[in-house]
Design a protein around this ligand. Structure first.
Ligand code: COA
Length: 228
């Protein structure tokens, strides 16, 4: 933590409208209740959707998956990483741990859900393997399962970006109804707080990355349309 705080942190926060992701999740869970996935997943939380969206946004902004290393002459250098090993902050009986889901770029939402389930079960009984905790490239923390809206997440030293999401809340927002008339309607709003290494990531890059990630969550069908 002390070393992490020597990194100049840049922060950015935003709101994401989760209504479409929420109905996507409900439809998927209704299907899983009848027919679990090949890995036995019977229900998913929001995390697998957020994690997959993060990986898809990283494809356009790989610098957010990079790390600062020592170059040949001893000066700092940037190393790009092709694997999206997404760390998930987990509140476990022995404290906070951050195992990572490896190669999210090659995994489906259901694959991610199965791996998260495995990591959560192992974490809850203190049985995570060292490999589960090593090799993370970017981190996502969901404080919303406990409560809270905005936070200032602290970077993992070997990463240049961390995101923390708050609790989804049903709040009033202005929107056009089917007749094009402005109305106040209820929306499910998720808050996100990003911290990035400001030596590597400038504000515009962080904002564009966030906009892409947010777009995937607000229109999850975009994720399906871009999967190869
Ligand atoms: N807002 C509202 N509800 C949320 C939510 C959010 N941001 N995230 C999850 N939920 C809901 C889930 O949908 C689920 O409800 P459901 O049963 O009706 O579907 C319920 O909360 C429990 O979700 P769960 O499956 O336990 O969690 P998850 O997969 O969403 O998250 C962890 C798992 C590991 C991230 C979470 O348990 C955890 O440990 N969070 C704490 C992280 C932390 O301490 N960070 C600190 C550093 S900033």
């Amino acid at each position: 933590m002390t070393e992490s705080l020597t990194i100049p942190h840049f922060g950015l926060s935003d709101e994401i409208t989760m209504d479409s992701s929420s109905s996507f999740r409900s439809r998927l869970n209704a299907r899983l209740a009848k027919a679990p996935s090949k890995d036995g997943v019977q229900r998913i939380s929001y995390m697998p959707i957020m994690v997959k969206a993060l990986s898809m946004a990283l494809k356009s902004y790989p610098i957010l998956n990079s790390c600062v290393v020592e170059g040949a002459d001893g000066s700092p250098a940037l190393a790009y990483r092709s694997a999206h090993n997404i760390g998930i902050a987990m509140d476990c009986p022995n404290g906070l741990i951050v195992p990572n889901v490896k190669n999210v770029q090659d995994k489906s939402i259901l694959d991610i859900a199965a791996e998260l389930q495995r990591l959560q079960e192992a974490g809850s009984i203190g049985k995570l393997a060292p490999a589960d905790l090593q090799g993370g490239t970017i981190t996502l923390s969901n404080i919303g399962t406990i409560g809270g809206t905005y936070t200032s997440p602290v970077l993992v030293k070997s990463e240049v970006c961390i995101g923390a999401v708050g609790q989804i809340q049903r709040v009033p927002r202005f929107a056009l109804d089917v007749h094009g008339v402005e109305q106040v309607i209820p929306r499910q709003i998720l808050t996100v707080s990003w911290s990035a290494d400001h030596r590597v990531i400038d504000g515009a890059t962080m904002a564009k990355f966030n906009a892409l990630w947010k777009g995937y969550l607000e229109q999850p069908e975009l994720m399906a349309s871009e999967l190869s």
